[in-house]
Ligand binder design. Structure first.
Ligand code: ARG
Length: 277
């Protein structure tokens, strides 16, 4: 018995060492995916028009349309996993999913964790609020009860601006909202967060432009306003799909389809098709 345990321990150590040497690259290459005949997309369907639960309880949206084209070009079936937004990158890193497609903004922090495709959409942060509210800038959020989707860029911006200078990176100033009485509540979904505006639990929800407009459209008495900084400057960001670090063959294939769709004006078409849904 002891011997068996020892062998098992040695075998485990060897496996771990191999993982460490190969940088723990557990991802499937393009060849693996084509051999298996299925490509796995990770997303979070709380972000219309990019991904939301459509007819027949199926994940639908712009990112799904793009993913279907990728799968078609590769001659494989598309499988979609709908998970919490803040777990998508981990699922791609561990190889559970082949690519992440979730209206995901390219940030320096995320670029350390995954590789991004060509960028396919530009966005900005918006403030969802009651129609009679007057929240237009980050400064207007002082003292307010703010909701966000956990792990999104809206979350990152508000969280960072609640902090004192010493706790922030790349700046020597306190956040705009620091000691203003503003509070941040993180939800699994922006549409669900937005329901708390009606009851007064929140004053607003900070989320990307088109999802913000979609929420405002669906909720009587709500509006969505672009959030600028006090000096009028904007919060530009750009979306891309992500793959495991180093998965070049898959990334090249994704980029090829993505570029074709952009050249054909298809992405704009998908956005139009899924807007106000
Ligand atoms: N663009 C924002 C980000 O990358 C929000 C994305 C949220 N996407 C979603 N499918 N819920 O952080």
């Amino acid at each position: 018995m002891k011997k068996v345990k020892q062998i098992a321990a040695v075998a485990l150590a060897a496996v771990l060492a191999m993982g460490a040497l190969s940088g723990c690259s557990k991802y499937k290459t393009l060849e693996d995916i084509q051999k298996e005949g299925t490509i796995v997309m990770y997303t979070n369907a709380e972000f219309a028009p990019f991904e939301y639960m459509g007819d027949g309880n199926q994940v639908s949206g712009v990112d799904v349309d793009i993913a279907n084209e990728i799968a078609k070009d590769l001659g494989v079936k598309l499988q979609i996993e709908n998970v919490a937004f803040d777990t998508i990158i981990g699922a791609i890193q561990s190889g559970k999913g082949d690519f992440g497609a979730a209206g995901m903004t390219v940030t320096a922090e995320r670029e350390k964790q995954v590789d991004f495709s060509v960028k396919y959409v530009k966005s900005r942060q918006y403030i969802v609020q009651k129609a009679d509210s007057n929240l237009n800038t980050l400064d207007d959020l002082k003292g307010k009860k703010i909701g966000v989707q956990l792990g999104t860029t809206g979350d990152l911006i508000i969280d960072d601006n609640l902090k004192a200078a010493a706790d922030r990176e790349g700046t020597e100033e306190n956040g705009v909202l620091f000691e203003s009485g503003a509070t941040l509540k993180q939800y699994g979904s922006a549409p669900i967060a937005a329901a708390d505006i009606a009851t007064g639990k929140l004053d607003c929800v900070v989320v990307d432009e088109l999802p913000a407009k979609s929420i405002a459209e669906k909720n009587e008495g709500y509006k969505a306003v672009e959030m600028t900084y006090a000096d009028g400057s904007t919060t530009e960001e750009e979306y891309a799909f992500c793959v495991a670090k180093g998965n070049k063959t898959l990334l090249d294939a994704i980029n090829k389809t993505m570029q074709r769709l952009m050249d054909e004006g298809k992405i704009d078409e998908y956005v139009l098709n899924h807007t106000t849904k």
